[in-house]
Design a protein around this ligand. Sequence first.
Ligand SMILES: [Zn+2]
Length: 250
Amino acid sequence: MEWFIGIVFFIYGLIFGSFYNVVGLRVPINNFLSQRNSYCYTCKRKLTWIELIPVLSYVIQKGKCKGCGSSISIVYPVVELATGLLFTATYLFFGLSFQTIFGLLLVSMIVIVTVSDITYQKIPNKILLFFLPLFLIIKAFFLDTNWTSSIVGAALAFLLIGLIIYITKGGMGIGDLKFFSLFGLLFGWQLFLLLFLLSTLYGAVINGILLALGKVTRKTKVPFGPYIGASALTVLYFGRSILEWYLSSF
Ligand SMILES: [Zn+2]
């Protein structure tokens, strides 16, 4: 039964991932409701249902628009697949529980923010403000929450990232500050510190690889949101275990 439910989560993840692509691409430019249908960004042709199947359409069309032949960004199928896998992972980690609902919301927000930050270098307030009350309701009513740790976490994130922005004069942005602070609130101060360390680690490793491959230069402004998101997911799945292991090693 478990594998069957896992597959259901995967399929829902693919479908939601396809929707999150659209949200991440349109919300930052206030174009979310003005255009109801999905369309090709190059030739503006409305897409038919056969072109809207997550991942499969991309593979069948070999990554090209059927109308104008312009290439479709690899970001779409990757986001869909990643959302599917993360939905399944969340279920496998937490079963059918409120922690899973919390996890699915977290995955959803991170996927949308990642699409937006990669495309526009923006972490939209609207997205964070949409998810914030949902997180708070679940934490308040259905999960075991240490609010002191949460408030300290948010304050710590705000001060630490604020200081980094001040010292580096724009190494990170206000969007990163809000994103980090939200995770401080959601995870509490100990896990926030872990999240912060992981994000700098991921950032250093991936940027190092991109530099070595010549994909970016030292002057390229690389969006930091995806690293924060990847760290938050690591903390969601492994945070408690890492913390316990760390504390037990003294
Ligand atoms: Zn086209």
